[in-house]
Design a binder for this molecule. Structure first.
Ligand code: NDP
Length: 608
């Protein structure tokens, strides 16, 4: 470290070596040899945990065997954005097929008490400009997000095109008629000229692989299927009044648990929070939207704010500076403060060291927040996160830490045994002690590492019977992150699959949706029968994204991180390489925009 960076370390009071040594010690404690294999997918023997608690009874309908121009699978924001952008392009004949009972995707399923978006809602919620809607608060709660999904559906006339409570079983290309045949669990055999899949990422629940999960005789559910009948309260009422005589366990302390734990604690007779790795919990800084600011917004404001946020997050603030002043941009803002003092500007090594220092200071501040909030010294120490801010998804919450001052809440640290030891008929064992409970709430997250088929439950069968799983058996390949050779008239709006990385997922989904809508509508207008990437274009794109360092940061950074799904549970070297666009969302959008402006569908093979 150069002298002037060392001086900054001293000014910040950061002992880099000591902190990194502690981070490694804590990482080693939690590093399991079975890495991502430690989990069970909820579908493996726990199908009942995936039942939809938000619908009543069965709805009968006749199987559909008709033909539409565009069939979209998935009614989350990815699918809705594709549908909305297609509507803007004048596509009338479209259908959205969805397993859930309504629009919303992640926000349909995740309706636990306290659920809230952790990216500023002005950037996160899609199509705000188009809807003429300004969120009520800086960080919207799930109800408002769900309502925005409904507003999008009304505004773009999507409801009549939706086919809910329908699980796709197979998607097969029929070469003779150049149509996709989509079959479902309701006996449908729909035909479509184009198919778009929008699989989402946070809906396949996963559970600990600990023994005995099936033995528990009490109530069990996963946070993504909150059982308000059991807890009391509702999606609009966080008073969980039926828990008053219940001992409850919440397993997990990730972003989801942070948000729901305060509400469970306020209602339950007793709450045990089973923690393996403490979350990094920074200030939420929520506030009602300033009506004067909302009234001053000009058309195009959301696009501008999103682009500004993305630029800031990648250390490239635009001419408006950094509009989103919150925890996400704190590292960048911290670095820029020091940069203005460094003359001459720092070398690449100095810049990296400075970024490290600002980040280490952030982690220090997060631990200080625990010290200032939690009264019991033992609990306080257990709640301190010893890892870099972006090793896990950071959290922001003002109610979680004070919850541990309540007499009816106990924090159970399971780090020494690398998770809960087992589940019994009556409770959970950790540290050799059984904690008897009436209810177990799994806040244990989602399967993000399984194959696309494992996550969606169906395969796509393209030309000559080739499945997408087989096409990707030796590595992912796409063209522009949206199409795949041998899969004509097929597009996907899937965040993280050869797209740029961004913490604001809906912004990436909108870029994908606009692009897919353009290609699809162009093909329909030009009456193109069959369109797919040519071999060379796909190979070139794939080589470009595969030679870019991994999506969740450089591999050497991830190798130092505490285990999480970001680094394949501590084993980044053996995680499947998906590929990431070499640039931020703004670069991606500009890149695709230039391609669209040329209007020649370069790199696509067109069959009439
Ligand atoms: P996570 O995967 O982030 O967290 C799962 C939790 O379960 C972790 O604390 C994990 O511990 C714990 N766990 C897993 N196995 C065991 C075990 N055997 N014993 C004890 N504990 C265990 O899931 P979440 O649902 O919290 O979040 C998933 C993602 O959803 C987030 O990363 C975020 O992207 C998104 N999200 C976004 C929100 C938003 O506001 N927009 C809100 C909520 C979620 P360990 O850390 O040690 O692995």
């Amino acid at each position: 470290m150069s002298d002037r960076i060392q001086a900054i370390a001293e000014q910040l009071g950061i002992d880099r070596e000591a902190l990194n040594a502690r981070f490694q010690e804590e990482r080693q404690k939690r590093l399991r040899s079975d890495h991502s294999d430690q989990y069970r997918r909820a579908a493996e023997g726990f199908d009942h945990l995936l039942a939809d608690p938000f619908v009543d009874g069965e709805v009968e309908r006749e199987p559909l065997t008709d033909e539409i121009d565009v069939l979209i699978i998935g009614a989350g924001f990815g699918g809705m954005l594709c549908a909305a952008r297609l509507r803007e392009q004048g596509v009338a004949s479209l259908r959205i097929v969805e397993e859930a009972g309504d629009f919303g995707g992640t926000w349909y399923w995740n309706r636990y008490p306290g659920a809230q978006c952790d990216i500023e809602s002005y950037c996160y919620l899609p199509l705000l400009d188009e809807l003429g809607y300004t969120p009520k608060e800086r960080y919207s709660y799930a109800n408002e997000i769900f309502d925005v999904a409904q507003k999008i559906a009304e505004n773009f006339d999507l409801r009549a095109s939706a086919c809910f409570r329908t699980r796709v079983e197979q998607v097969q290309w029929d070469e003779d008629c150049a149509r996709w045949i989509v079959t479902t669990n309701r006996g449908d055999e729909m035909r479509a000229r184009f198919v778009i899949t929008a699989p989402g990422s946070l809906h396949r629940a996963k559970l600990p692989g600990a023994p005995g999960l099936e033995d528990f005789k009490g109530k069990v559910f996963h946070t993504s299927r909150w059982d308000y009948d059991y807890t009391g309260g509702s999606t609009s009422d966080t008073n969980l009044d039926r828990l008053g005589d219940k001992k409850v366990a919440v397993i997990g302390t990730g972003c989801t648990a942070i948000q729901c734990v305060p509400y469970v604690a306020a209602s339950a007779e007793h709450l045990y929070v089973f923690q393996r790795t403490p979350a990094s919990v920074a200030e939420r800084q929520n506030a009602p939207t300033n009506p004067e600011w909302a009234a001053s917004l000009q058309p195009g404001w959301q696009e501008q704010r999103r682009r500004n946020f993305d630029a800031a997050m990648t250390f490239q603030p635009d001419e408006n500076g950094i509009l989103v002043q919150d925890g996400w941009t704190s590292q960048v803002r911290g670095v820029f403060e020091f940069l203005s003092e460094l003359d001459p500007p720092p070398s690449a090594e100095e810049f990296a060291a400075l970024t490290d220092l600002v980040d280490l200071k952030y982690t220090d501040d997060v631990r200080k927040r625990v010290d200032e909030t939690v009264t019991d010294p033992e609990t306080r120490e257990k709640l301190k996160a010893w890892y870099r801010q972006f090793c896990k998804r950071p959290t922001f919450n003002d109610e979680y830490l004070p919850t541990f001052n309540r007499p009816n809440v106990t924090l159970i640290d399971t780090s020494e045994s690398q998770g809960i030891e087992c589940v019994t008929e009556t409770g959970i064992v950790a540290g050799g002690v059984e904690y008897e409970v009436d209810c177990i709430i799994y806040a244990t997250g989602f399967d993000l590492t399984g194959s696309m088929k494992q996550r969606t439950g169906y395969d796509i069968i393209g030309e000559n019977g080739l499945t997408l799983s087989d096409a990707w058996a030796n590595g992912y390949r796409t063209f522009q992150a949206v199409s795949v050779r041998n899969f004509p008239n097929y597009f996907m709006a899937a965040f993280g699959l050869q797209t740029p990385f961004s913490v604001n997922i809906t912004a990436v989904l909108d870029d994908l949706a606009r692009h897919i809508a353009y290609v699809t509508a162009t093909a329909l207008k030009r009456n193109i029968k069959k369109i797919q990437p040519c071999e060379q274009a796909e190979a070139e794109w794939t080589e470009m994204v595969m030679s870019t360092p991994s999506m969740m940061g450089a591999a050497d950074f991830q190798a130092q991180c505490t285990p999480s799904y970001y680094n394949n549970e501590g084993d980044p070297a053996s995680s499947v390489q998906v590929g990431v666009f070499p640039g931020n969302c703004n670069d991606f959008n500009a890149f695709l925009g230039k391609w669209r402006d040329a209007g020649d569908l370069a790199g696509m093979e067109i069959g009439q």
